[in-house]
Structures are given as C-alpha cells and as structure tokens.
Design a protein around this ligand. Structure first.
Ligand SMILES: NC(=O)c1ccc[n+]([C@@H]2O[C@H](COP(=O)([O-])OP(=O)(O)OC[C@H]3O[C@@H](n4cnc5c(N)ncnc54)[C@H](OP(=O)(O)O)[C@@H]3O)[C@@H](O)[C@H]2O)c1
Length: 296
C-alpha cells in the first residue's frame, strides 16, 4: 500500500447523542468511540429505521492501541479537561475536528500545540433518550480547510463513503461559527430560563431579550471581523419556529442538573466583547442567571 493510502483511524471523543450520530454516519470507517457510555448504541433514523452499533470503545482512562489520524471532538464542554488530557496523551499531533457548539476550542486545547485544529460546525441534530439516539436532522456539516494532508484523505473518504461534509475557507467558517454562536446565545439560555421548547419561547415575555442579546453579540462579532447579517433577529425567530418542538440542549442540561455550555456560548461573547471595550450587560445577566440555576 502506498504511504498515506492506508485507512484513516478516526477517534470520536464523547459518547452522547452527537458522538453516536457520527459513529453511525461514519460507520464504514470503523471509528473508535472514547467516552463513558459503552456500546451497543441504538440509533433510530428519521424514517424509523433502527440500527445497532458496536464500534470499538475506550473509556477515558484506557490506552488505545495506536495514535488516531483524526479526532472528532463531540463532547459537551464540561468534558473538555478529559478531552484535552486524552488528546495530549494519545493524539498530540493528530487532526482534531470540533463539531461542538460554542467557541474557544483553540484556547481549551492550547496545551496540545502540535495538533491541527479544525473548528467546524454542524446543523445535524440528534436527541438522546437512553438507550436510544433519535436522528432529527442530517443538516449540514462545515469544516474549515487547513491544508492538512489528513484532511485531504478525509475528503477522499467522505466522497468514497458518501457522507457529505462541506469544506470551506477559514474566513467563511469564522463568519458562520459566529452566526451560529449568536443564534445559540439567544435560544439556549432563554429556553433554559423559561424551561420551554424552541417554539414556545417566541410567546414568552423573556423573548424580548432576543434583540438586545443580538445587538450586543453582533458588536462583539464585528469587533473581531466576523460578518453578521442585518436580519439576525428574523433568522433566529425563523430557526426557533422551524425547530419548535426541540428542547434545547441547555434546557436538557438544566433539567438534569448538569453544567451547561453557557460559558462557551454567551461567556465567549462576553470575553470577546470586554477585550474590545464593548459592554454586554444582557449576556452578563443571563450567564449569572443560568449559573444560579445549575449552581456553577
Ligand atoms: N445533540 C445535538 O443535536 C447537537 C447538535 C449540534 C451540536 N451539538 C453539540 O455537540 C456537543 C455534544 O452534544 P450531545 O448532544 O452529543 O451531548 P449529550 O448527548 O448530552 O452527551 C454529552 C455527554 O454526556 C455523557 N453521557 C452521554 N450519555 C450518558 C449516559 N447515559 N450516562 C451518563 N453520561 C452520559 C457523555 O460523556 P462522555 O463524554 O464522558 O462520554 C457525553 O459525551 C455539544 O457541544 C453540543 O452543543 C449537539
């Protein structure tokens, strides 16, 4: 076999809804799953078709047999310390692709400087109701082009196996990640505070905070050069309507008494804004309120 043509080893970090969704989507590449929940994983597609997956699984403290070429980061932010330690120990020079919500993965993984870090985004959606993960949407998955050779092999594999990631330039990726961050910074904390679905939040008084949240967040985004469309409020309103039956992941975390991803979403906006002298009082108030709900 020519060098570089052997199959890529892909390690998925996390064992939740998104990790199992990608273990299913990339099944032909035989990805490993690293996390606390062992297989079998039960996946139900949108048309009701059921699948049982048994990928090779490692717990966080297990030593894998070799270094993976590609690491897919699909944890929630509360697991970032374990993920950073795992990457540092077992994949210190691998290509790491994050499809998590929130921003700041580069800072969180700065202890492993030799990795190639691709901070992408996905609009795929999956809901975990143990022991089943229900696929709700395949959405679109965007990954920035870093020019890394493993990336080209992954692109080739995606064409061969028929999963369709879109590889975009770094500037476009940064703009789109900021736009998703702004959407999440409105829908996630407001639904968590109102304890309601994405559709119900549009009828609640607290939805009036959507406009100041977006105004403040847009200033922060533009301060770092990100392009944000003028009609963000219309876009977020449409998104909440289109996903009206969804319970955001922050509602689910608050209900489960788990730490939320607020510090990587609204917290990231606050850190960016303050470092550019921009005031973001609505985001700051929401972060405090969400922390008060989860004791964090
Ligand atoms: N779900 C979606 O539709 C969706 C869509 C776009 C982006 N995202 C983002 O993707 C990332 C991962 O989200 P997710 O929805 O996959 O999170 P999740 O299902 O809540 O899983 C998060 C973590 O919870 C732990 N966990 C899972 N099942 C468990 C069980 N039965 N018992 C105890 N612990 C369990 C796992 O920890 P270990 O890591 O230790 O295994 C897992 O990684 C987040 O950044 C999220 O915002 C999610």
């Amino acid at each position: 076999m020519e060098p570089g043509t052997d199959p890529l080893t892909v390690a998925i970090l996390g064992s939740g809804a998104m990790a199992r969704y990608w273990a299913f989507s990339l099944e032909t590449m035989h990805p490993w799953v690293v996390g606390q929940v062992p297989p079998p994983y039960h996946i139900v597609e949108m048309d009701g078709t059921e699948h049982r997956l048994t990928p090779l699984h490692f717990d966080w403290c297990d030593k894998p047999p070799r270094t993976p070429d590609v690491v897919l980061l699909l944890i929630k932010w509360r697991r970032m310390p374990e993920a950073a330690r795992w990457i540092s120990a077992h994949a210190p020079q691998s290509l790491v692709i994050s499809l998590m919500n929130g921003m700041g993965q580069d800072e969180a993984l700065s202890t492993v400087p030799a990795i190639g870090l691709a901070q992408g985004l996905t609009t795929a959606a999956a809901t975990r109701r143990e022991p089943v993960v229900y696929i709700r949407s395949h959405g679109q998955t965007l990954v920035p082009q870093l020019g890394d050779p493993r990336e080209r092999r992954l692109q080739k594999a995606s064409r061969t196996y028929g999963w369709d990631w879109c590889w975009v330039n770094l500037k476009t990726m940064a703009d789109l990640r900021w736009q998703k961050l702004l959407q999440n910074s409105v829908i996630n904390p407001l639904t968590a505070l109102a304890d309601c679905t994405n559709g119900e939040i549009l009828e609640r008084t607290i939805w009036q905070l959507a406009r100041p949240l977006l105004n403040e967040g847009t200033q922060a985004a533009r301060a770092v050069g990100a392009e944000v469309p003028q009609d963000m409020l219309g876009r977020v309103t449409r998104l909440a309507r289109e996903t009206r039956d969804n319970l955001s992941s922050m509602v689910q975390d608050v209900r489960a008494g788990l730490p939320t991803e607020i510090d990587a979403i609204n917290g990231y906006i606050i850190r960016t804004a303050l470092s550019h002298g921009i005031t973001v009082p609505t985001h700051q108030a929401l972060v405090r309120l969400i922390h008060s709900l989860t004791g964090g």
